[in-house]
Design a protein around this ligand. Sequence first.
Ligand code: ZN
Length: 169
Amino acid sequence: MEKFSLLNHYSVYRDSSIIPPKLMWKRIVNNAIRNYHTELWTVRVTGNPEFARFSVVHPHIRAARIWTAARTPRETSEASAAVRVLVNTREQPSGNNCRHCGHITLDSDTHAIASCQRLIDYRLTILRACNILPNTNSYDMVTLLLSAANTLDDETTRSICNFIHMCVT
Ligand SMILES: [Zn+2]
């Protein structure tokens, strides 16, 4: 009760000796638990720089579509590749080679997703499906793709995760 700040409700009911109907009490408890978790989640997402991109793409506490759209183990591992990109805003050590074209880049994941010439055909198809302009800057393109994966239909979400997985593995 203390954890979810319900002691106050309890004392009011105890002192007035009016017991609320079961349904009302249930609603009070559910709200208190939801508020508790929303607050924890908000503090975690807004207080940690690693979640900068995540908090733009995923402003509300609910199951991410990226996860719910995945139906098979393969699609789940593609979704987890997309989520890794989503929560990782740190630059990789400089001088990384792109695993697709060999170019030396600052951030090989962002390069592969947003500008690698080897992946241009796949990228253009995905960008068209998401209505993202091909000349969008790299960081924004990655954020917009992940945002699209969280808001468009499941089929598009799976294609985006498939593309990101192909880029970063
Ligand atoms: Zn490349």
